[in-house]
Design a protein around this ligand. Structure first.
Ligand SMILES: [Zn+2]
Ligand SMILES: [Zn+2]
Length: 306
């Protein structure tokens, strides 16, 4: 029997989804922000991707937009629940129903469908006219932070939220895999907006690492606007020739900056133990040597205001 949408239990379902989504956002973004920007901000200074200062009130705006997005995502969750309750989705409860091998396969298929939808919709959102109305809020964060993860205009949130109920109408997915997928989405978005490259060099240079989007990849989207549209994987950007040419070079630069930083540290430690060097003023305060370099703004202002 089809349940009535005026059923009070649906409002409770919406409230549960909203609280869970907001909690998930604050927990994951808060952990990454606390670790990389509060507790260890100096330690990760050489891995910072954008050297721009945050805009006035940026974090507050990002959090407010993200809470608004959470309302839309909770509505999409409630819609999915309603579809499931009435037997319209392919969600299933018993993990062994299609075999255990199908669990990771269904996750991969969902990620690929989501990737394809997002890549093309994202390119569409960069069309002049659409950009200003739908996608500009997200790009107001020129230097992204973990709090940028859900910072979208409500129209963009609607567009982004629709894909999951659509996937679940056609793709059989176990309820636990779905829960993992929702968590993965949040972790992926927070890490891609972290503005700090956290993946080790060996992983980044491996075949698997090259297929995955990371903070450096998405940083170039926020910096260049017309490159790196992908969400989880790099293949659409490579196939459509929209991958940033500066992206791979930037990885090398991170490596060089790390080496420079280590060299500076060793000079400092040597000099700090040498009294003669100290008298001659050779010791350069370590914090001054590691001050961020100025970075030219590569973004075309016209493009930014489209
Ligand atoms: Zn964009
Ligand atoms: Zn972004």
């Amino acid at each position: 029997m089809v349940s009535d949408i005026s059923n009070p239990s649906l409002y409770i379902v919406f409230a549960i989804f909203f609280i869970a989504i907001v909690f998930r956002y604050f927990l994951v973004a808060g952990i990454f922000y606390g670790y990389f920007f509060v507790l260890n901000s100096g330690k990760f200074s050489t891995r910072r991707l954008s050297r721009r200062k945050l805009r006035r009130g940026q974090l507050k705006k990002e959090i407010l937009w993200s809470v608004k997005s959470s309302v839309i995502f909770a509505l999409a969750g409630s819609l999915t629940y309603w579809l499931w309750e009435n037997g319209y989705t392919a969600i299933y409860l018993d993990p062994s129903r299609y075999g255990l091998w199908y669990l990771p396969v269904s996750l991969l298929l969902a990620l690929l469908l989501h990737e394809t939808y997002y890549y093309w919709v994202h390119r569409w959102m960069h069309q002049p006219g659409i950009f200003r109305k739908v996608h500009k809020v997200h790009h107001d964060s020129l230097s992204p932070t973990p709090w940028t993860a859900f910072s979208f205009h409500p129209w963009e949130s609607v567009i982004e939220a629709l894909i999951l109920p659509l996937i679940l109408l056609i793709l059989p997915m176990n309820i636990y895999v779905l829960g993992f997928y929702l968590l993965l989405m949040t972790f992926s978005s927070v890490i891609n907006h972290l503005n700090v490259e956290i993946f080790p060099e060996a992983l980044r240079n491996s075949w698997a690492g090259k297929q995955l989007i990371n903070a450096t990849h998405h940083h170039h989207h926020h910096e260049e606007f017309s490159t790196n549209y992908g969400l989880y994987f790099t293949f659409w950007d490579r196939w459509m020739n929209t991958e940033s040419r500066n992206f791979r070079k930037r990885f090398e630069k991170i490596k060089v900056q790390q080496k420079e930083s280590e060299a500076i540290k060793s000079i400092f430690h040597r000099n700090s133990e040498d009294p003669e060097a100290q008298v001659l003023g050779i010791v350069i305060p370590y914090h001054r040597l590691l001050q961020p370099r100025t970075c030219q703004d590569p973004v075309d202002d016209k493009k930014r205001n489209e």
